[in-house]
Every structure is written in C-alpha cells, then in structure tokens.
Design a binder for this molecule. Structure first.
Ligand code: AMP
Ligand code: MG
Length: 351
C-alpha cells in the first residue's frame, strides 16, 4: 500500500511547490494522477519502463493495451516519432493542445511496454494548465491512461480517482472537474487515410475540415469480438458501472415511453432503477426516483461532460439497472454513444 497524498491546486503561488513536488515524483519513477481537459490521467515517466509498469499494475490494465504519451510542447513530438509527416503538422497546428491523440510510427526512445510491442505510439498534448505544467516541470513525456481501475467509468474528478486508486498512487493533483468529460479522439495517421480508432472531443467534422476525408474504424460502432483490432483498447470491457445498463435509441418521445414502461416493469419486480435523462426529458420522469439529467441535447458537449460522474453516482445510489437515453451519433454524440454502448455492453434497445 502506498500512502496516497491529495493536493488541491488553487491557482495561487503555493501551486508551484506542489507541481515541483509532483514533477520530482515523476522523475523518481513514481505515479502521479493529474487532471486534463478530458479525464484524469494516471501518469508516469514515459521513458522509464519500470515506472510505466507501475501504471499497468495500479490499474489492473491488460499488458496488450498500449498507453498514450502526453507531451508538454509540440517540439517534443519529433523525438518520440520517426519522421513528422505533413498531415501530423497540420493536425497539431489545428488541434494541439487539445483532445486529439495521434498514432504515429514510434522512435526507439519509446519503451515497448508503452506501445504493447506495436511499432506505433499514441501522442497527445493536453489543453490543461496543470497537466502542461507537470509535464514541462518534470522535463520528460508522461505516459497516462485514465486514472481508474481498468473497466470502470473514467474519472472526471479527483474524488473519483481517490475512490479507485487510493493506496496505489503516490499523489493525486486535484484541479477540479474535467471540462470535456470523455477521452481524447484517437486518430491513426500511419496509413494513406487517417482512421479514427476512438471518437472523442475532436469530432469527425472538425478533423475533416483540416485533412479531408477520415475513416471511422468499424470497431468504434460495433463490438469487435472475433476480428483483429487496430486499437487494442477496443476489445476490452470499458467504462462500465456495476449496475446493468441499457441504452434506448430512437425518436425522443419513443425513448421516453420505452424507458417509462421498462422502469415500471423493473420496479414491479422489486428492482431499483436509475434513469439517465436529458434536460429536454427530465420532467417526464417525475414519477421515478434516481433520475439524472446528463445535459442539454442541443449542446451534447454538456452530456459528455457529465456522463461518467452520472454513471458513478448511479453506482453510489446502488441501482440495479441503469436506463440511458441515447443521443444522435454525430459530432460529440459519436463519442458519447461509443462510451454508452460499451458501458451497456452493447445492450442497445432501438425504438
Ligand atoms: P486510455 O489510456 O484509457 O485513454 O486508452 C488509450 C487508448 O488508445 C486505448 O484504446 C489504446 O488501445 C489506444 N492506443 C494507444 N496506443 C495505441 C497505438 N499505438 N495504436 C493504436 N491504439 C493505441
Ligand atoms: Mg481508460
């Protein structure tokens, strides 16, 4: 057991000392959890294979699921990849710092444990002052997957991190809740045409405005069992609450009717039901307890922001079944539905 410290970053002078301390821990091969604009990351020195091994151990992460390396400046990109392509430059100029991860050919500097033996590496420059200060003060790139136990919903607050990883991480930097709320878009640019391996805060439309057509890997939308995967993370159970979950997709009125029917049915069987609604529908579930509005359908980024904390709240309430309203699979909605599908183990009800 490690004695986990939690340090709150307030935005004042004292913060320098905390960041210095955190950076020293990273250089010493220790684990530090820190906020990014997407979710909290569990960080270690990316150039230290032993420290990186600690990440896999702390999370219980399968060894064949590679990690994203976070960098503090665009200049660090060149050292970690072999040969910068024009397309990488255009994407970095447009979206970095930000929630876009680029999969590129790796340089020999990147330890194999990070890439799970692949000859590519995933790189990202986060848009978050604390993350950037930590990486730059440490003076090394930082490997960081989401700071949760593998399989559970990703953490968007320091409290979520502490719940999962207390005793397994040396320091948690508390920078408040994450703004984007879902993980970065992962874009493979090693082939002819860029391929989205995981949808996220940077949408298909945004990418296409910079690089022309991008492909969405089929694994983004469907389960990948029995097929080879381009991104190992696709094949694992993910983002899952303890409760069983179903996503209801279709016209809005039909969704509400279906969830209402299902909820009545489950309650009559003595089950405790949680409903993930939206601002537009929240009032229609007045008869039920445990209803959370994820956000505004007109602004799906508000739904992305609150999704994981809502899943965690449902588990804290001890519900048996979560019924979630689907959203349109476009823009950020593609990322939201990708996470909901997996949280529900592809238990999708179309109405
Ligand atoms: P997480 O660390 O939880 O944000 O997950 C990182 C995601 O990026 C996982 O889905 C990984 O499979 C994916 N990933 C990381 N490195 C690579 C790579 N070299 N090639 C393809 N996918 C990758
Ligand atoms: Mg993760």
């Amino acid at each position: 057991m490690i004695d986990t410290q939690i340090a709150v970053i307030h935005g004042g002078n004292m913060d320098e000392d905390i960041i210095d301390h955190a950076a020293q821990l990273i250089r010493d091969g220790k684990l530090v959890a820190f906020p990014t604009e997407t979710v909290y990351g569990l960080g270690a020195n990316a150039l230290d294979a032993k420290a990186v091994g600690g990440i896999f151990e702390a999370k219980g992460r399968p060894a064949d699921n590679p990690l994203i390396v976070h960098i503090g400046s665009k200049g660090q990109f060149d050292r970690l990849t072999d040969g910068v392509k024009d397309i990488a430059q255009r994407l970095m100029d447009a979206f970095w710092p930000g929630p876009l991860t680029l999969v590129v050919r790796k340089s020999p500097l990147v330890p194999d444990i990070i890439t799970a033996g692949l000859d590519t590496v995933a790189l990202r420059m986060p848009r978050h002052d604390i993350a950037l200060a930590l990486i730059n003060r440490a003076g090394v790139p930082i490997a960081a997957p989401s700071a949760n136990i593998s399989g559970s919903p990703s953490p968007t607050t320091a409290r979520h991190v502490a719940k999962d990883l207390s005793g397994r991480v040396h320091l948690i930097l508390d920078g408040g809740p994450c703004k984007v709320g879902v993980e970065s878009t992962v874009l493979d640019i090693t082939g002819e045409r860029p391929v989205i391996l995981r949808p996220g805060g940077i949408t298909v439309e945004m990418l296409e405005s910079v690089v022309g057509r991008v492909k969405v890997d089929p694994g983004v939308i469907r389960p990948v069992q029995g097929r080879p995967v381009r991104s190992p993370g696709m094949k694992y159970r993910h983002y899952s609450p303890r409760a069983r979950m179903a996503v209801v997709e279709g016209g809005l009125k039909d969704i509400v009717d279906k969830i209402t029917d299902l909820t009545r049915g489950y309650i009559s069987q003595g089950k405790k039901v949680g409903i993930l609604a939206t601002q537009q529908t929240y009032g229609q579930y007045r008869d039920f307890d445990n209803v959370i509005s994820l956000g505004d359908r007109e602004h799906p980024d508000t739904i992305a922001e609150s999704l994981y904390s809502a899943l965690r709240r449902m588990d804290e309430e001890g519900v048996d079944i979560i019924l979630a309203e689907g959203v349109a699979r476009e823009g950020v909605g593609l990322a939201i539905m990708n996470r909901m599908d997996r949280a529900a183990a592809f238990n999708i009800i179309r109405v």
